[in-house]
Design a protein around this ligand. Structure first.
Ligand SMILES: [Zn+2]
Length: 156
């Protein structure tokens, strides 16, 4: 599966995942440049910059207005989700609005970095096989061996 990385993901990662092809959008590269981050140069060859079509951008914006995420989503977030939708890729991001909308759109995503770890209690992993809920991410379910899927838990 391909990955689409947003700015928060690229900031917290030391290395790009080698098991997948990595994509990002022109908006993300612009944000990295604005913060003077040179990693986009280093990763140039490993990271494919690709622009989503206007049609998928529109689809994401429409979904955002339905979920109420519009005001919290930057144009770059919209780009990232639109590209992930087109490539049927997994989004790497620590941004909650983006993650919420990804859930709504059925786009798989994974938090990365320190922020993701700190906020683990807001996330649970549900086994796609036996349905058990786990508090932390594991490669697979220790009970039945099926894949786990991240799920946004209700605030408690
Ligand atoms: Zn299980």
């Amino acid at each position: 599966m391909d990955y689409v990385l947003d700015t928060s993901a690229l900031f917290s990662m030391q290395d790009l995942p080698s098991e997948a092809r990595c994509f990002t959008t022109p908006g993300v590269i612009k944000e990295l440049d604005r913060y003077g981050d040179r990693r986009s140069d280093l990763w140039g060859e490993l990271l494919t910059v690709s622009e989503p079509t206007a049609a998928s951008m529109r689809k994401v914006r429409e979904a955002a207005s339905r979920t109420g995420d519009s005001t919290r989503l930057s144009p770059t977030d919209v780009e990232v989700l639109a590209l992930a939708m087109e490539l049927k890729a997994l989004v790497l991001s620590d941004d909650y609005s983006l993650q919420n909308l990804a859930t709504y759109l059925g786009i798989p995503f994974k938090p990365v970095g320190l922020k993701g770890i700190k906020d683990l209690r807001r996330w649970r992993w549900r086994c796609t096989g036996c349905g058990r809920i786990f508090e932390k991410e594991m490669p697979d379910c220790p009970v039945c061996g099926s894949k786990l899927k991240s799920t946004l838990s209700k605030k408690d």
